[in-house]
Design a protein around this ligand. Structure first.
Ligand code: KIV
Ligand code: NA
Length: 272
């Protein structure tokens, strides 16, 4: 893709017009958002919203690569970022490089995203010095849900200093942007002011340098639960269920297929 935005261009949007992002997992979704988003994230949330898994921990490299390839086919101008799944990068910088490089080579992603702050700084430094642009992700990191003890708001009280330190560390290590998930508004505003790379908020603050949402959440497609930070801009789940109910009723009433959906013996136009 010649026209795709580059990580350096996203980096340069710090403090300007807010950066727009959504997740995508398929070609048609990517096509729908390409003209409206600066970057599209192939999030490991795909495990939950598209594969029905209980958490993101079960996402795999194969899953992320297949969805990354599908999304890439639907994008022209938006940058594509793909999540590194749980257990693909945490062991060592070398393991992270091997999997990040494979992800970029096989999907055409412009960057990868990985969860973690200070403890991932060495890995982020290793990747960014070797041609892999990294978006970091701090605050609520869903791959660490079992050690965090649930999907709780992060950065209330003493935890705030650690998350600020995490954001500073990933920036110093060379990340071009950082996702802030489910942190207090005041902490998100403080990080946005004090850290030189763009902050991309999800459950963070309107003051972040950009916003991201899971597309299935904002379209009302994923309805198992709705986090407080999600705004539903559509009701596609309801609309889809109503369409399917209408189809089922038509079939049972022999109202579908109708005359315009079936084929005569003679092709139209040839018949005299
Ligand atoms: O996997 C995902 O969708 C994400 C976003 C919520 C930032 O990481
Ligand atoms: Na993710």
């Amino acid at each position: 893709r010649q026209k795709a935005l580059m990580p350096s261009e996203i980096r340069a949007m710090k403090g300007g017009t807010p950066i727009v992002s959504l997740t995508a997992y398929t070609t048609p979704m990517a096509q729908m958002m390409d003209a409206h988003c600066d970057f599209v994230l192939v999030g490991d949330s795909v495990a939950m919203v598209q594969h029905g898994l209980a958490s993101t921990l079960s996402a795999t490299m194969e899953m992320m690569i297949l969805h990354g390839q599908a999304v890439a086919r639907g994008l022209e101008t938006a940058m594509m970022v793909v999540d590194l799944p749980f257990r693909s990068f945490e062991e060592s910088p070398e393991q992270a490089f091997r999997n990040a490089a494979r992800m970029m080579a096989e999907t055409g992603a412009g960057a990868i995203k990985l969860e973690g702050g200070e403890h991932m700084a060495e890995t982020i430094h290793f990747l960014t010095r070797r041609g892999i642009p990294v978006m970091a992700h701090v605050g609520l990191t869903p791959q660490a849900i079992h050690t965090l003890g649930g999907y709780k708001v992060q950065g209330r009280g003493a935890g705030a200093e650690q998350i600020l330190a995490d954001a500073r560390a990933v920036s110093d290590a060379g990340a071009f942007a950082v996702v802030l998930e489910k942190v207090t508004e005041s902490l998100a505003d403080r990080i946005t002011a004090e850290v030189p790379i763009p902050t991309i908020g999800i459950g963070a603050s309107v003051g972040c340098d950009g916003q991201v949402l899971v597309v299935d959440d904002m379209l009302g497609l994923f309805t198992a639960f709705k986090p407080k930070f999600v705004k539903r801009y559509g009701q596609l789940g309801q609309d889809g269920a109503a369409a399917i109910a209408a189809y089922a009723a038509d079939v049972r009433a022999r109202a579908f297929p109708a005359a315009e959906h079936v084929f005569a013996d003679e092709a139209p136009g040839k018949a005299s």
